[in-house]
Design a binder for this molecule. Structure first.
Ligand code: UTP
Length: 295
């Protein structure tokens, strides 16, 4: 069965990026020339997804506007002789249907995914976090690889992408406990949230892309709220796994680094790297940065 539905949670407050996120979504912050969430949708389109549901919240309408057709802007560009800029709006023409629903209370990522249930119903689906880009300029086929793994067997209920992180950083992430060795694709035994360096069962951190069977909704409904009353997606995956449902982990390749736009350090890294590798503006920017660093 091929999966063509994705859920994109974008309802979080983004408090770690204040004041930038006070009146605009962090998912709309630019990384290089495009807002974060455009890369996410480009990656989904590249991987055969045709229906995307955004889980939105207060202050997020600019995301909906971004994916609308803008006939007025198109005719303005035409009548003012700026036809070449129309290619910047090419993404409006993706073969993609968009749906939006509100997470009416910000009760965590797991709760945001649960808000998609009336749309997704009884089908398997992808979850792509709206604040994370996979690979430079979103050329990754990780989602297709995850769907292929999911399709391999009827007893798989979760496929989770993981990124190797330096051992001393495991304390920041949900970490895979693999069953057996950690090949590129491995059986997932459990997830350990923010383990100590000594207790970490691997250095593989959850990396913002998931494929689920609809069983995840049952698990989410049974998941007890944790810190701050939030329902954690990781806890629901753990519940699935502990009830005997099979989960698969899949590693991102080196070229598929995760750019997490959740805090200023990683946001600055992402912006710098995307800008420096921009085909048009990158070369001049490299000279500029070199000049700054030599001073
Ligand atoms: P984060 O875990 O980074 O949460 O979200 P956040 O609330 O936006 O960030 P801080 O901690 O306040 O800075 C990861 C993804 O999940 C979405 C976010 O919008 C982001 O794309 N999310 C998170 C929701 O949709 N709903 C939630 O309740 C929490």
């Amino acid at each position: 069965m091929s999966i063509d539905i994705a859920v994109i949670p974008v309802a979080g407050h983004g408090t770690r990026l204040l004041p930038s996120t006070k009146s605009q979504p962090k998912e709309m912050l630019p990384v290089g020339r495009k807002p974060v969430v455009q890369y996410v949708v480009e990656e989904l389109a590249l991987n055969g997804i045709r229906r995307s549901m955004f889980i939105t919240g207060p202050g997020k309408t600019s995301i909906e506007n971004h994916f609308d057709w803008d006939d007025e802007l198109i005719s303005y560009l035409r009548t003012t002789g700026r036809e070449d800029q129309l290619q910047d709006l090419e993404y409006e023409r993706f073969d993609m249907e968009y749906a939006y629903t509100r997470q009416r209370r910000q009760l965590g990522l797991g709760h945001a995914v649960l808000c998609a249930q009336p749309f997704v119903r009884n089908q398997p689906f992808v979850v792509a976090l709206g604040d994370s880009i996979i690979g430079l300029h979103a050329k990754s086929n990780i989602i297709q690889r995850m769907i292929d793994e999911y399709d391999r067997s009827d007893d798989i209920h979760a496929v989770v992408a993981f990124e190797p992180v330096p051992k001393e950083h495991v304390t920041r992430y949900g970490i895979a406990k693999p069953h057996g060795d950690t090949a590129d694709v491995f059986e997932l035994e459990d997830l350990i949230e923010k383990p100590s360096v000594d207790e970490a069962p691997s250095n593989l951190a959850v990396a913002a892309r998931y494929v689920f069977s609809p069983e995840i909704f049952n698990a989410l409904e049974q998941t007890e709220p944790g810190k701050g009353g939030e329902i954690q997606l990781t806890d629901a995956i753990r519940l699935l796994l502990s009830s005997g449902r099979r989960g698969i982990g899949i590693r991102l390749s080196e070229a598929e680094r995760r750019f997490d736009i959740g805090n200023f350090t990683s946001y600055f890294h992402a912006f710098t790297e995307f800008a420096l590798t921009d085909p048009e503006y990158g070369p001049e920017l490299r000279d500029y940065v070199r000049g700054l660093l030599e001073d």
